[in-house]
Design a protein around this ligand. Sequence first.
Ligand code: 5GP
Length: 189
Amino acid sequence: MDRLKVKIIEEGRVSGPSILKVDSFLNHQLDVSFLNEVGKEFKEVFKDKEVTKILTAEVSGIAIAAIAGLHFQVPVVFAKKSQSLNLDHDTYEGEVYSFTKEQHFKIRLSKRYLSKEDKVLILDDFLANGEALKGLRQIVETSGATLQGAGVVIEKGFQHGGDKLREEGMDIRALATIMSMEEGKITFR
Ligand code: 5GP
């Protein structure tokens, strides 16, 4: 998606060896008219797949998933990262390892909102080591629903999470794939 690449080059800030900050349009401030283009693109990319529900994780996946939900005309559910009192006790769980926090944590989704009849598209903002997608896939598998694929806005190909998950048969599409960010210079596939 060319407009995405231009926005990454013009507005992205590389932090350390592997973190890309896109706070001006995706992770802090939301450029909703641009995110509408992103949602439309996901619909185009997955046009051959039947989707009854979009699944993401809080917080940063929600904006993209919600706008994509308008284009797919399906409900959007998001897995929660903390177990609060207002979350149902009967939940599907996925395990995620955070490389930045160096710890495992659970993501949870109420069993009310996913069933074995669902055909699920997972959406997220970034794909790095693949842990978030793995945790979300675990939720889909536990529910008995069918996983139709996963879409990410930005894949950091040099962290190889996507390679492993594709080898395992997951249909993952990225709207932009970054192959290198060395010395702050971003190179796309
Ligand atoms: P993974 O689980 O694939 O290692 O990382 C994906 C998750 O970590 C995404 O949901 C995203 O929130 C966060 N993440 C990973 N890398 C980056 C990055 O370079 N920039 C931002 N803003 N978030 C990232």
